[in-house]
Design a protein around this ligand. Structure first.
Ligand code: HEC
Ligand code: HEC
Length: 299
C-alpha cells in the first residue's frame, strides 16, 4: 500500500477519482484506490438514534453491572416486580372465588355449580402436583395404591370421609388418621402355611375365582371365620371403619393371584398415605376432596 503524497510529503486527501468524480480516501492497494463514499444519511440517523436510546435506557432501566449489584434505573422497574404484579392481579381476580371456596361447606360447594367447577379445576391441578406420583395422573392407581376412579372405597367415598382421609392420612403417624393394618399371619406364626394356602383359596372362591384343585374350602371358611371375619366381616364384604377391603368383588388393591394373597397373609398389609393437613392448606384439601369425589363413584 502506498499513500498519495504531495511534494511536501502530506497525504493527498483531495485526490479525485477520474471515473466517478469522487474523492478517494487516499488509500491505495496495488493500484486500487478506496473511494470516500459517505454512509447513507438514513443509516446514520438510525445509528445515532439507537445510541441516544441506549443512553436513556441505561438511565431508566436496570443496566450497568457494579461489583456487588447493578444500577437499578430511575423507573424502578424489575423483572421480579412485574411477575409479582401479575400474580397479585391473578390473585385479585381469583380472590373472591378462593374466599368463597374456603368459606363454603363441602355440601355447599357441591350445590353451587360455579363453585363446584372452580373447586374441580383447582383440585385437578393440585392432584397433578401432589397425588399423581402415587395414584396415577387420572387417579387410576396401581398395585397397593388405591384406584380413585371406581366406586369401591377402602375408607369411604362420601365427601366427609374423603376429606378425613386426605386431612389425616393413612397409617402415616397422625393419631386422627386411619390406623390399623392387616396382621402378618405367617411371619408372626398366627397361621401355618397350609392354613394360609387354604384360606387364600377360600378368599378367591368368594369372588368366583377358580381355586386349587382339591382345595378344602370348608376348612378355609373356618379359618376365615376365626381369623379374618373380625375385620373383613362374616360375608367377606369388608369394613370401611378398618380399611379392610371387600374380598367378594372383582376390585383388588394388591391383586387376585393366589401367590399375591398368600404373600399378603404371610407378611401383612398396610399401605401408607401421607397426612395432607400439614402440607396443603385447608382450601386446597377442600378442592381436592370435591375433585376426588367426582372422579369415580363418589358417594
Ligand atoms: C406416597 C404415595 C401417595 C400419595 C402422594 C398420595 N396417596 Fe392417596 N393413597 C396412597 C395409598 C398407598 C393409599 C391406600 C392406603 C391403604 O392401603 O389403605 C391411598 C389412599 C387414598 C384414598 C383412599 C381411597 C379409598 O378407597 O378409600 C384417597 C381418597 C386418596 N388416597 C387420595 C389422595 C389424594 C387426593 C392425594 C394427593 C393430595 C393422595 N392421595 C396422595 C398413597 C398416596
Ligand atoms: C385387623 C384387621 C384384619 C384382619 C384380622 C385381616 N385383615 Fe385382610 N386386610 C385388612 C386391611 C386393613 C387390608 C388392607 C391393607 C391395605 O390397605 O394396605 C387387608 C387386605 C387384605 C387383602 C388384600 C385385598 C386386595 O384387594 O388386594 C386380602 C386378600 C385379605 N386382607 C385377606 C385376609 C384374610 C384371608 C384374613 C384372615 C386370615 C385377613 N385378611 C385378616 C385387615 C385385616
Amino acid at each position: 500500500m502506498t499513500l498519495e503524497t504531495d511534494k511536501s510529503g502530506h497525504v493527498d486527501h483531495a485526490h479525485v477519482d477520474s471515473h466517478t468524480g469522487m474523492a478517494t480516501t487516499g488509500h491505495e492497494w496495488d493500484g486500487i484506490r478506496e473511494l470516500n463514499t459517505p454512509l447513507p444519511r438514513w443509516w446514520l440517523t438510525i445509528l445515532y438514534m439507537t445510541i441516544v436510546w441506549a443512553f436513556f435506557y441505561c438511565i431508566a432501566y436496570p443496566a450497568i453491572p457494579l461489583f456487588q449489584t447493578f444500577t437499578k434505573g430511575v423507573l424502578g422497574w424489575s423483572a421480579r416486580g412485574s411477575v409479582n404484579e401479575e400474580v397479585a392481579e391473578l390473585r385479585a381476580q381469583r380472590g373472591p372465588m378462593v374466599a368463597a371456596l374456603s368459606n363454603a361447606s363441602l355440601k355447599g360447594i357441591e350445590q353451587t355449580p360455579q363453585l363446584r367447577n372452580f373447586a374441580i379445576a383447582q383440585g385437578k391441578a393440585a392432584f397433578g402436583d401432589n397425588c399423581a406420583p402415587c395414584h396415577g395422573a387420572g387417579g387410576g392407581g396401581s398395585k397397593g395404591f388405591a384406584n380413585l376412579n371406581d366406586d369401591d372405597w377402602l375408607w369411604g367415598g362420601t365427601l366427609e370421609q374423603i376429606s378425613a382421609t386426605l386431612t389425616h392420612g393413612i397409617r402415616a403417624g397422625d393419631d386422627l388418621g386411619h390406623l390399623g393394618a392387616m396382621p402378618a399371619f405367617g411371619r408372626d406364626g398366627i397361621l401355618k402355611a397350609n392354613e394360609i394356602s387354604v384360606v387364600a383359596d377360600y378368599v378367591r372362591s368368594l369372588s368366583g375365582l377358580p381355586v386349587t384343585t382339591g382345595a378344602d374350602l370348608k376348612t378355609g371358611a373356618k379359618v376365615f371365620a376365626e381369623n379374618c371375619a373380625v375385620c373383613h366381616a362374616d360375608n367377606g364384604k369388608g369394613n370401611m371403619e378398618l380399611g379392610a377391603p371387600n374380598l367378594t368383588d372383582a376390585i383388588w388393591l394388591y391383586g387376585p393371584e393366589k401367590a399375591t394373597i398368600v404373600e399378603g397373609l404371610t407378611n401383612g398389609r398396610g399401605g401408607v398415605m401421607p397426612a395432607w393437613a400439614g402440607r396443603l392448606d385447608a382450601t386446597t384439601i377442600k378442592a381436592l376432596t370435591v375433585y376426588v369425589h367426582t372422579l369415580g363413584g363418589g358417594k
